[in-house]
Write a protein that binds this ligand. Sequence first.
Ligand code: XBP
Length: 239
Amino acid sequence: MLNALIFDVDGTLADTERDGHRVAFNAAFREAGLPWNWDVPTYGELLAVSGGKERLAHYARLVAPDLAARPDFDAFLRKLHTLKTGHYVRLVASGAVELRPGVANLIREARRAGLKLAIATTTSPENVSALLRASLAHDAEKWFDVIGAGDIVAAKKPAPDIYVWVLERLGVPAAECIAIEDTANGVKAACGAGIPTLVTENDYTRGQDFSGAVAVLSDLCATILAEVEVLHRTYSPHH
Ligand code: XBP
């Protein structure tokens, strides 16, 4: 029995990475006077690191080890990430990012069918609010029974922590949920929490190792809730 959908955000609800987060990071680098610029392929590799602050730290250790070794590096990083989040929220609020095909329809159908809805994401909470408000409805955050985002858990995806956090508050057993993800990290996180996981791959994640997922789709545009329920029924714990 399927009683809840748990959505990842970046790459799943919307293709936010290439033209959203990446652009916001580069705008923050310029604002901070840093000679860094993440082109599309470079950013694709950096996406292996979940979390914008963690991604920045990883990159700084690679290209500017002396900066990364400074005692105030952590404070510097947080300030840089705050600049980036400001740029990202403004980009999203301006309508620069649209939901992926079929996402709004599936959310509306699930609401009508009385399913619970949740979000489990590594991105910062203000980014989730901005995206839901700009692309679904001004009060769309209320459509979700639980929104788990960013630093509320120490260990980010592929650790299962964010999904465990969401399940604890959702009040639905993992086996009665379906998680919708777009990356190998996300599949590991959701499966690690015992949740049947559906993948909608995108340009950055096509061909990653999605083993453990119930199914891998190119997108949700032809997927109606009834089909998600059929996929959920095919899931067996010894998968
Ligand atoms: C994607 C991420 C996030 C975003 C950037 O999260 O890993 O870090 O790339 O957002 P998910 P922040 O796939 O779980 O939605 O800079 O706010 O971290």
